[in-house]
Design a protein around this ligand. Structure first.
Ligand SMILES: [Zn+2]
Length: 213
């Protein structure tokens, strides 16, 4: 997106970069200030029920704070530095994909927040990979109950039925990078992956800012 890029360069020139976690001003563009970067714990790739999960870091400390601010602090601008973490991860681990798909949020929360943080992250990432963005291919059926309020067993059952693909031809035979902010049990990612596999996606890999240890 060249216009986006131009706008970003302009913004960069006008505003001092700040730490994504504590807002302290930085001398040069970086995701975190030195003390926050020090407390950041990188995460090894892992497999959750057969699904490959690549997360930038373990959930906690400055990374958790930055994600909370992105999701609940009305700070969509933080998708830029946090998207940078994903960009580096994709490069370092050579995560090739044809299509980038954000994990959808329930429509009630979309209305509340005004944006889906995973979609913002995907758009940041798209500027530096040849993969195509499909932000609307996956949608979530509202169950009425928030995932965090349910126990693990309920959550697995709930996630299994709550995602549908619209426009299967856009993902059929494609390698998908499924993007989320945090992966915990992997139930949500599995729900999405099952929906994508059921219409013929050739591979689904999960990319997240953080995962629980
Ligand atoms: Zn900081």
């Amino acid at each position: 997106m060249p216009l986006d890029f131009l706008f970003d360069s302009l913004l960069n020139a006008m505003t001092r970069p700040t730490c994504a976690s504590c807002d302290v001003e930085l001398r040069r563009a970086a995701v975190f200030c030195a003390p926050c970067a020090e407390a950041f714990v990188p995460a090894e790739p892992c497999s959750l029920g057969g699904l490959d999960v690549h997360a930038a870091g373990l959930y906690g400390g400055p990374l958790a704070r930055a994600i909370q601010r992105l999701k609940f602090g009305d700070r969509p601008d933080l998708a830029r530095p946090l998207g940078e973490l994903l960009r580096r991860l994709v490069l370092e681990r050579r995560l090739d994909a044809d299509v980038l798909v954000p994990v959808p949020v329930p429509s009630s929360r979309l209305v509340e927040r005004g944006y889906n943080q995973a979609t913002l992250l995907v758009r940041r990432l798209a500027a530096s990979t040849p993969a195509r963005v499909e932000a609307r291919v996956l949608s979530r059926l509202d169950s009425g109950a928030r995932q965090v309020e349910l126990g693990r067993a309920e959550r697995l059952k709930n996630a299994a039925i709550s995602f549908v693909v619209e426009g299967a031809e856009r993902v059929r035979g494609r390698r998908i990078l499924l993007v989320d902010d945090v992966v915990t049990t992997g139930a949500t990612a599995h729900g999405c992956a099952r929906a994508l596999w059921s219409v013929g996606a050739s591979r689904v890999t999960v990319l997240a800012l953080a995962r629980t240890p």
